[in-house]
Each structure stands twice: as C-alpha cells, then as structure tokens.
Design a protein around this ligand. Structure first.
Ligand code: NDP
Ligand code: BG6
Length: 513
C-alpha cells in the first residue's frame, strides 16, 4: 500500500461508495497511475504541482508504477521539462537526505508532450505515449487542469474523448476559478458533465488541504470541551481573516477579472466557514461531510451590500521605498475598481447560529501575512472578577484562535491570576504551537490534495451542489457591485486596510482580532 494507507491515516474514513471501474486500487501490482499536468509550462505547475508530486515521491506516497506527463503548447522536450522542473523543486524536501538522488529518480519518471488544448489528435498522441508507459497494466489516469479557465472545457473534451483510461479510472482535477457567478459556474458544471461524471471531477480548493483546516473537524468533534460550546449560546462571533503583505505580483491580469471576493472569500474563507459551522456529519465519508457543508451553506443569508466593505490598495512610500498601487500593475486597467480588500458580515439562519455574526476579512498588500479563524466567546455571566477588567469587559472573554498560517497554532486565551499575594488577573494563552510540538514538517496543501485525488478520496474536494450554494450567496452582491461600479475605499500598501472594516465590525459589536 502507499505510505498514507500503511500509516493508517485514512483508517477513519469509510470505504469508497462510488462506483469505479476495475483497477481503482492504486497499489495493485498490475495497475499504474499516469498523472498529466495540463498547462505544465505555467506558474502553478512549476510553483506547486511538480514540487508536491516530488514531495509525495520522496515520502514514498506514490504508487510503484506511475509516470508524470507535462502537456502544454510550448514546444519543449522531455529533457527541457526535466530541466525546468528541477529548478523549481525547491520544496520542503530540499534539505533532506538523498534529496538530489531522489530528484534524479523522480525526473526520470517525468515526460512531456506538446499539444494544443483543443486538439483531439494531440490528445490521441498523448494517449499513445501514456499507453507505452503503462506497459499493458490497468491504467488509471489523473489529469490536472492547470490552465486558464477559458480553455478548461476544450481540454476536458479532448482528454476525455481521446485519452481516457479504457480499463481503470480517469479523474480530472479542476483549478479555480469555477466561474464568476452562479450562472457561469452552472454553465461550467454543465459542460464538464457532458464529458465526466461528477465523481470524476475533483474541484480543488487548496485551503481545504491545509493542515489546520483539516484539523478543524478533529478539534471540534474529538474534544468534549469544544463541541458543547459550538453555538450561539456561547459564541459571540467568529472571524475568518486572510491577509497578504504583498500585492497581485504579476497575477494582476487574472485578478482584475475576479477581485478579492471571488479570489478568496467565496471559496477559501467560505469553505472554512462551512467546516466550522456544519452539523456533525454521519461519518467521515466524503458524501456525509459534503452533505453537511451544503446544508449549512444553504442556511446562510445572501450577502447584503450594507454588510460589505470594499477597498483597493494605493501606492505608499515607507523608509524611502515606494510600494506600488494596484493600478500600477501593467496588466490592470488604470481605472479599475476591482477590490483587493473586502470585509463582510455573514449570518447563518439556523437554530445553532441564529444571530451570530460571522465576519470575513480578506486583503492583499496589508501589513501582515496570515490566515486565521478567531472564535470570540460570550462574557461570563455574573463574573466575580469583572472589576479586574475595569470597563473593558471584552478583555475578559475567552478567544480561541486557529492560526492556519504562518506559524500554525491553536491557542485559547484564558484569564488567570497573576502569581503573588494580590488578586490581579492576567490574560494568557494555552498555546499549541505546531513547530514546538511537532518536529515533522507540515506538508504543502497540494501534496495532500494530489494524494487524495490519486486515492479517490473526495472529502476535501468541492461537489457541484456546494459550489452552487456558495455562488448563490455571493452572486447578487457581486452583480450589484459591478452594475453600480461602486468605488472601493483606498488604503495605503502595507496598512491595516480600510477604516470601513472597523465600522462594519463595530456595527455588530465586534473587534477584529
Ligand atoms: P498560467 O497563466 O501560467 O497558464 C498555464 C499555462 O496555460 C501556460 O503556461 C500556457 O502554456 C497556457 N496558457 C496560458 N494562457 C493561455 C491561453 N490564453 N490560451 C491557451 N493556453 C494558455 O496559469 P497558472 O499556472 O497561474 O494557473 C493555472 C490555473 O490555476 C488557473 O486556472 C489559475 O486560476 C489557477 N490557480 C493558479 C494559482 C497560482 O498561484 N498561479 C493559484 C490558484 C489557482 P502554453 O503556452 O505552453 O500552452
Ligand atoms: C490563491 C489566490 O487561491 O490563494 C491567490 O488566487 C492567493 O490570490 C493564494 O495569493 C493564497 O494561497 P496561500 O496558500 O499562499 O495562502
């Protein structure tokens, strides 16, 4: 078995319910897995996909018989692909023992085929090459669509018609964006389903592959002290914060078409929110978990413009260095109103969460880089020690922080007595700092997700009804923003973002963490 199965990491999930053709067992001696990275010459392939595949290989997580194909229009040879890939295998394995040797072995399993994304003939050629490498074994094929969305369907059509496996499984990983709104997303789903069954489509949201996001359910459902508090009865508000201390950095062309609400909120932050707020699933089976996520998303109120603040970063000079405005990016129109920052208040109209504000904040070019979930609990009723906190009673409430990145940690802010003869209270953290607790490095999200796709584990991928529910929440707001050409609040590069975000949180009696 692959290392992950050997380690029993999947032992908690129930057996695969989906009907797969014969040969889905990747560990079968007679089967092989071919991974085709479509768009292999691109940024994501170089930055994330090849390094993640190498890390899996290094960790002995890939099946015995596998090969990796790069596919793109660029005319390069196998040797050139290997050369290109070798330069970017700067992943967490770098400093490990035998890294160089392992890298050479890995590169020998990487090949390249040049072709157009809409050419069945070119995919037939790919199919022939894949067959050669499969050497008559049962063939399982994974296609990773690492290409711009306007060519997704062409590539899926050609891959499914000309390069599907005939005796094993064929799966396709699709990268975001999954449309721009409800309508375009539904159209994309319809087109994908002309060629693929839903259980062949693996819609990736890499935040679901992050260690602390996976740990969210473990924390909630396997500790008696959390789940009983997980409701409106004890929780005052929940915050989902995403902040980057750099701008669009060369991705302005893509970003300007989407903006921060589509880029981060509608997917990464909303997915975390769904995991945070869902009811207990029947089991850890992918369908049971995704059913609960859909339910909670469908219980949410559509976002309203009154509960949203948008911003865009402007140039700023600090310490003699001038940082660019968003519109200084050459691929962004000078008059662009695309938000690079947004804050929003969301509500879940169900019995568990009625009235609890779920606040989201996401922005680029801010003063720090972090992704966090912050849970602020209610005040202790009739607190004997309130006088210790003067008028600032908020200081006395407990707060649970799940720091997704960087410096992964889970900490709980509690009140305790300062040691000594007097009676003075202090705020302290019960702190699970990952790097202090675990010596093992945390795998990149793409490693986990690629491995799951190979093993047919769908728990961390987005099902089409989840996607519909997510878009339904954001589409009216996005339409209003764009129809009215609402002007974002400008904030200096490297600042804490627009002041409007503070007014929004104050409206709900919340202080951003
Ligand atoms: P790129 O723009 O780098 O495109 C990938 C490859 O697709 C290119 O190398 C090029 O290969 C081909 N390509 C680019 N534009 C076109 C076009 N107009 N027509 C046909 N082929 C084209 O994309 P990324 O690697 O940045 O992203 C890939 C996918 O992943 C996208 O859907 C993106 O939204 C998503 N994504 C990317 C992230 C990132 O950090 N880069 C993060 C999260 C998601 P060739 O010319 O050789 O055919
Ligand atoms: C991507 C967004 O999905 O996530 C980027 O398109 C963003 O804009 C990135 O920078 C953040 O991912 P991570 O893993 O670096 O936090």
């Amino acid at each position: 078995p692959t290392k992950k199965l050997k380690d029993g990491l999947l032992s908690a999930s129930s057996p695969e319910k989906h009907k797969e053709p014969i040969g889905f067992d990747v560990n079968n001696d007679k089967s092989t897995v071919s991974i085709t990275v479509v768009g292999a010459s691109g940024d994501l392939a170089k930055k994330k996909i090849f390094p993640a595949l190498f890390a899996l290989y290094y960790e002995d997580c890939l099946p015995e018989h596998f090969s990796i194909f790069g596919y793109a229009r660029s005319k390069i040879s196998d040797a050139e692909l290997r050369n290109m890939v070798s330069k970017t295998l700067t992943c967490r394995i770098d400093k490990r023992e035998n890294c160089g040797e392992k890298m050479e072995q890995f590169l020998k399993r990487c090949f390249y085929h040049s072709g157009q994304y809409d050419s069945k003939e070119n995919f037939v050629e790919l199919d022939e090459k894949l067959k050669e490498h499969e050497g008559g074994r049962v063939s399982n094929r994974l296609f990773y669509l690492s290409i711009p969305p306007n060519i997704f369907i062409d590539a899926v059509r050609c891959a499914s018609v000309s390069a599907s496996s005939v005796n094993g499984w064929t799966r396709v990983i699709v990268e975001k964006p999954f449309g721009r709104d409800s309508e375009s997303s539904a159209a994309l789903t319809r087109s994908l389903k002309q060629y693929l069954e839903e259980d062949q489509i693996f819609r990736i949201d890499h935040y679901l592959g992050k260690e602390l996001v996976e740990n969210l359910s473990v924390l909630r459902f396997s500790n008696l002290i959390f789940e009983p508090l997980w409701s409106r009865q004890y929780i005052r508000n929940v915050q989902f914060i995403f902040s980057e201390d750099f701008g669009t950095e060369g991705r302005g062309g893509y970003f300007d078409n989407y903006g921060i609400i589509r880029d981060i909120m509608q997917n990464h932050l909303l997915q975390i929110l769904a995991l945070f707020a869902m009811e207990t699933p029947v089991s850890l089976d992918a369908e049971d978990i995704r059913n609960e996520k859909v339910k909670v998303l469908r219980s949410m109120r559509t976002l309203s413009m009154d509960d949203v603040v948008i911003g865009q970063y402007k140039s700023d000079t600090k310490g003699g260095i001038t940082y660019p405005a968003y519109t200084d990016d050459k691929t962004v129109p000078k008059d662009s109103l695309t938000p690079t920052f947004a804050a929003a208040a969301l509500f879940i109209d169900n019995a568990r969460w009625d009235g609890v504000p779920f606040l989201m904040k996401a922005g680029k070019a801010l003063h720090d880089r972090r992704a966090e979930i912050r849970v602020q609990f209610r005040h202790v009723p009739g607190n004997l020690y309130n006088r210790n906190f003067g008028t600032d009673l908020d200081r006395a409430t407990n707060e649970l922080v799940i720091r997704v990145q960087p410096d992964e940690a889970i900490y709980l802010k509690i009140n305790n007595k300062v040691p000594g003869l007097g009676m003075r209270l202090d705020r302290s953290n019960l702190n699970l700092l990952y790097k202090a607790r675990y010596s093992k490095e945390i795998p990149d999200a793409y490693e986990r997700l690629l491995l799951d796709a190979i093993e047919g584990e769908r728990r961390l991928f987005i099902r089409s009804d989840e996607l519909d529910a997510a878009w339904a929440l954001f589409t009216p707001l996005l339409k209003e923003l764009e129809d009215k050409r609402l002007i974002p609040e400008y904030y200096p590069y490297g600042s804490r973002g627009p002041v409007g975000a503070h007014y929004l949180s104050a409206k709900y009696n919340v202080k951003w963490g």
